[in-house]
Design a protein around this ligand. Structure first.
Ligand code: AMP
Ligand code: MG
Length: 439
């Protein structure tokens, strides 16, 4: 089964309002095994809406479903019902029970129904009205036939808070009744550290376009995600095939995959820290506390997050963390010796098992030929586990393992800061996994 999703509104065409309805509807249709042929957005223009409806309905291969949102309000610019009636070649008929419902809606709010609202009780003759439990814009359920093929047109209000419950209550049963025999299952795996083309290279044949389940990649905020879509006749087949594909992706990428679906990199780190009862402190310069924010975005973070230092000036690095003035002078604030000293200082002061430190040049100014914008030094300090016996004469404070790396991160200021914070989290994650950083 195939659907076309149409959203109507000038604010959408102008880009003033983001079309979240189409994305939401598409995700629901996928759950129901219905393919989405396209998303189309038209303004509040009767001719434009009608021309789109005509083109769609009069094609030789029309979609089975046309899902519309928007343009069902009471004002001059709400033209969906008129355009639909004209396209179907019918007039508008008054739906008495809905008119009464609109009057009741206003009466309950202590107001008289404005005359204009009565237009919301007019629906194309022959179509059915879809009840709206949350507003005055009723939906429309119309059928159209072309060369022996039936097209079901379902129009819903544009307000997401009204469209979603209407979809769930009245549209979902129609779609699921019509789309027997197909299940679409979607899973997402997340990676951090490699670029999209390197991830694609490692996935190889898994990304072939004719594969089922299919594997595609998308990038958002430096996270490269693998989108797995399985299309099968039964739920069990879809689940089994998806699990096999996930295993193959893991075999190709190993621990570069840090999580699935809604999981963040910080959550993956938090999980590992909690498992080994580890704690962490941060010392941040160019990221201004972003690593601390990511780690404390997670409920229950007090379990493992100890303390965060934002040490922006050389003075702060010296005074707060005891970074040696000579180090700063000789190597500069953006250097491996300085971030190592920052990490060691933060770990000691917080008494945590791990500490991350970052110092870099986020730009747009401040770059030099030897340290261009995007140069970021990151260090990780790690106290030897208490279970490990100390060599004779060695103080536990001397048992701190620390390492630092210098990265050249691409992008503007915001991107460099974000990548730096995530790279630091990745360094901690691979340390917790007991593996070297794979990038
Ligand atoms: P309408 O039903 O056309 O009167 O739309 C009412 C309001 O719902 C608009 O002013 C938008 O704020 C919102 N809206 C309409 N269509 C969409 C859409 N596709 N995605 C997100 N919001 C929308
Ligand atoms: Mg509108």
């Amino acid at each position: 089964m195939k659907a076309l999703i149409v959203s109507i509104g000038d604010e959408l065409v102008l880009g003033q309002t983001l079309d979240t309805n189409s994305a939401w509807i598409a995700a629901r249709l996928a759950e129901l095994g219905c393919d989405v042929a396209a998303h189309v957005t038209v303004g509040d223009d009767k001719t434009a809406i009608e021309s789109l409806l005509r083109q769609t309905l009069q094609r030789d291969d029309p979609p089975d479903l046309l899902l519309i949102s928007g343009g069902l309000g009471p004002t001059e610019d709400d033209l969906t019902r008129e355009a639909l009636a004209d396209t179907l070649g019918v007039g508008l008929t008054l739906h008495e029970p809905w008119l009464e419902q609109i009057r009741t809606f206003f009466r309950q709010r202590g107001r008289e129904m404005p005359r204009r609202n009565s237009v919301q009780a007019m629906i194309p003759t022959g179509a059915e009205l879809i009840w709206n439990d949350h507003g005055t814009a009723a939906g429309i359920d119309a059928r159209f036939e072309r060369a022996g093929r039936a097209v079901r047109v379902l129009a819903m209000p544009g307000v997401p808070g009204e469209m979603k419950p209407m979809f769930e209550k009245s549209v979902r049963p129609i779609v699921s009744g019509a789309s027997v025999g197909a299940v679409i299952l979607q899973r997402t795996l997340h990676t951090f550290g490699l670029g999209e083309s390197s991830v694609a290279e490692r996935l190889g044949d898994l990304m072939r376009r004719d594969r089922n389940p299919s594997v595609g990649t998308t990038v958002s905020e430096a996270v490269v995600s693998l989108r797995i879509n399985a299309r099968f006749a039964s739920v069990q087949d879809a689940i089994n095939a998806t699990e096999r594909t996930i295993a193959e992706c893991r075999a190709a990428l190993g621990n570069l995959i840090y999580g699935a679906d809604g999981q963040t990199l910080a959550q993956a780190v938090a999980q590992l820290l909690t498992q080994e009862k580890g704690t962490v402190a941060t010392a941040e310069s160019c990221t201004g506390g972003l690593v601390a924010k990511y780690l404390t975005d997670i409920p229950g973070s007090s379990q493992y997050f100890q303390q965060g230092f934002v040490v922006y000036s050389n003075e702060a690095k010296r005074q707060r963390l005891g970074v040696n003035e000579n180090l700063l002078h000789v190597h500069g604030a953006v250097s491996e010796p300085v971030v190592l000293a920052m990490a060691r200082g933060a770990r000691r002061l917080a008494g945590s098992s791990y500490a991350l430190a970052i110092s870099g040049i986020a730009g747009p100014d401040g770059g030099t030929p030897t340290k261009p914008v995007g140069t970021v030094c990151i260090a990780l300090a790690h106290l030897a586990p208490a279970t490990r016996p100390l060599a004779k004469g060695v103080d536990r404070e001397d048992e701190v393992n620390a390492y630092a790396r210098t990265f050249n991160l691409p992008g503007d200021r915001a991107m460099i800061r974000d990548r730096a914070a995530k790279t630091a989290l990745a360094m901690l994650r691979f340390r917790l996994l007991g593996e070297p950083l794979p990038f």
